[in-house]
Design a protein around this ligand. Structure first.
Ligand code: CMP
Ligand code: MG
Ligand code: ZN
Length: 622
């Protein structure tokens, strides 16, 4: 049955009037267009023409139309609203097509009836076109001496409003909703925007050349750009309303905790409690939504919920004290911090971000609570299957992809074959690189790469290093969090030690509950593993993100200002880009506490020994 929306039900000018009609087959129907499309020979509707490549979207000016001449009724009458054969969203042609369709939709809404499906498909296309706007790299000014990094796609991202902030659970009242809308719109108030930002917007969203000298009386032109952006936000909002009814509901306590999701020392234990033991489900959903992945890769909300729930179950299978759903949520949140607070998300394509978030979520899936060494030494089935190499890591990946073979869990079902292959390769690379036996090699490779004159940092290597660092980041978090993690990990190690004793195997390091120096081991772990890793990771991020930062300073930046520290290098404008490093202070604090603890432990041990064996023998010369 085709549902129709008639104009009086749904007045675009009236903010108090919510869209009430549902699309056919439920609100997620927009995602149901094609179960798994065969790989297309050329870019298809809704995709980009090049993955991760530089693309400039400009309104085509070759049509002889002026900017201010909307299509005539006659042109609109001839319009065919099918959406199967539209040009790729990041091509100039797409802009014209999207604009024409928006005009048509507006006219039809005013006139009377339009099919929900047609409205959805066309709004979705228009929203994607707006999202696919990139900045032309050739307009970026670089310091001449600054090495050129990657051929860069400058896609300055802005994370989406979390769905729990948009939907009804926390803020059901209309006033709050309208206030949120005002917040969004206030960002494009022309007068509040600095001239260079205005120039960037004008050069990107209009046919105006960025280099052309602007006259003071040209402000109205920018106004029209602001209006265009408002229209874009408006279109996106209508689309979200049409599709958002099926979005997962977030309990109030979860919402309260998720408000601090962007912080370095986010309390994942609080999320665990608030979510009644399902942190992955809420955090995973929230993250994939905030980065626009649900929208971009047409992930059905129920499929995502299923997938995350199955992943959560897999993490709970062996009741591990440390390698459980909490650890996965913790690592995913830390990866999110790295993506959004350093600006790394602006260096990556949508697919790379999607793969990175999913890799973090699944990176220890179905962990057995025992180490690779234990698997090898005990000759487990898994060790046999993977020939003693990266035993657990191979299992995490394989089991997660096996889950994705079930249609009800398959969040990748709307990826093209090429996208799927790239996604899979990235996830495999990233999760395999969490094998600690690869740690020193990984660090050494990145360190020596960064000493080259013009290093070219491979995206997969970069995100792999980031994931690895996040995986071992708890000693770099606030003490209460780090201490809790350490105790959980030692519990797990000691349980393994108990098994080793039972099997007559030698104890693995840190696994003998009667002979492990906890504080000393943590000082060693910080000094030799965590600190050097965070240093190399930060150096890498500052290197790859520096050019993005310097270019955005001359145009605009969506990297939050408070995430950036700059050190002036002399009187010149040459400044070195620095990321914020909250881990440095945490590492120092934690090490200090462990050192105090180590001293106290040593004293306690000496006392105990004295009680058992009497005082130590005095030296002959004393
Ligand atoms: P995993 O999470 O699979 O990958 C990173 C590994 O680092 C982790 O397993 C532990 O084996 C190890 N690790 C993490 N934290 C500590 C710690 N505080 N002390 C010792 N080893 C740790
Ligand atoms: Mg692991
Ligand atoms: Zn891990």
């Amino acid at each position: 049955m085709r549902r129709q929306i008639s104009a009086p039900d749904y007045n675009l000018e009236d903010k108090n009037n919510e869209l009430v009609a549902s699309p056919p087959g439920g609100a997620g129907a927009a995602h149901e267009e094609a179960p798994r499309p065969p790989p297309p020979p050329a870019p298809r509707n809704g995709t980009s023409s090049k993955q991760g490549g530089l693309t400039i979207v400009r309104r085509s000016s070759s049509r002889g139309k002026t900017e201010s001449s909307p299509p005539t009724d006659e042109q609109l009458d001839q319009l065919d609203l099918e959406t199967e054969h539209l040009p790729a969203v990041d091509t100039p042609d797409a802009c014209d097509k999207a604009a024409l369709r928006l005009r048509y939709l507006l006219r039809q809404l005013n006139r009377g009836e339009i099919a929900v499906e047609t409205l959805q498909n066309n709004l979705q296309y228009a929203a994607k076109v707006l999202e696919a706007v990139y900045i032309d790299e050739t307009k970026i000014t670089r310091h001449a001496e600054q090495p050129r990094v990657q051929p860069t796609t400058l896609h300055m991202r802005r994370l989406r409003t979390p769905c729990w902030a948009r939907c009804s659970v926390e803020k059901p009242n209309e006033a709050k909703r309208l206030a949120d809308e005002d917040d969004e719109l206030s960002e494009v108030q022309p007068d509040a925007v600095p001239p260079e930002v205005r120039e960037w917007l004008a050069s990107t969203f209009t046919r105006q050349l960025a280099t052309a000298k602007r006259k003071s009386d040209e402000k109205p032109k920018f106004r029209s750009v602001a209006h265009a952006i408002r229209a874009g936000i408006f279109v996106d909002r209508i689309y979200r309303r049409v599709t958002s009814t099926a979005l997962m509901q977030f309990p109030q306590d979860v919402v309260r905790v998720l408000k601090t999701l962007d912080e370095w020392s986010f309390d994942v234990f609080a999320l665990h409690e608030a979510s009644l033991g399902s942190p992955i489900k809420y955090l995973g959903y929230d993250l994939l939504n905030r980065y626009g992945m649900i929208h971009k890769f047409k992930v059905q909300p129920t499929t995502l919920e299923n997938f995350l729930s199955r992943i959560e179950e897999g993490y709970c299978k062996f009741h591990n004290p440390y390698h459980n759903n909490l650890h996965a949520a913790d690592v995913a949140q830390t990866v999110h911090y790295m993506l959004c607070q350093t600006g790394l998300m602006n260096w990556l394509s949508d697919l790379e971000i999607f793969a990175t978030l999913v890799a973090a979520i699944v990176h220890d899936f179905e962990h057995t609570g025992t180490t690779n060494n234990f698997h090898v030494m005990s000759g487990s089935d898994t060790a046999l299957l993977y020939n003693d190499r990266a035993v657990l890591e191979n299992h995490h990946i394989s089991a997660a992809f096996r889950l994705l073979r079930d249609e009800e869990n398959n969040i990748l079902q709307n990826l093209s074959r090429d996208e799927f292959r790239e996604f899979r390769t990235l996830v495999i690379d990233m999760v395999l690189a969490t094998d600690m036996s690869f740690h020193f090699q990984q660090l050494k490779n990145m360190r020596s790469l960064l000493t080259l004159a013009e290093p070219s940092v491979d995206k997969s290597k970069a995100v792999s290093l980031v994931l690895h660092c996040c995986d071992i980041s708890h000693p770099a978090k606030r003490w209460d969090l780090h201490h809790r993690w350490t105790m959980s990990l030692l519990d797990e190690f000691f349980l393994q030690g108990d098994k080793e004793r039972e099997l007559g195997l030698p104890f693995s390091p840190l696994c003998d509950r009667n002979n492990t120096l906890v504080a000393e081991s943590q000082i060693g772990f910080i000094d030799f593993i965590v600190e050097p890793s965070m240093t190399v990771c930060a150096d890498m991020l500052e290197y790859i993100l520096g050019p993005l930062h310097s270019s955005t300073k001359t145009s605009t930046s969506t990297v939050k200002q408070d995430s950036i520290n700059e050190e002036s290098a002399g009187a010149e404008t040459n400044t070195k880009f620095k990321i914020k490093k909250p881990w440095v202070a945490c590492l120092m604090d934690n090490k200090k506490i462990w050192k105090e603890q180590a001293t106290k432990d040593a004293e306690d041990r000496a006392k105990l020994e004295e009680e058992e064996n009497g005082p130590p023998p005095t030296q002959p010369d004393e």
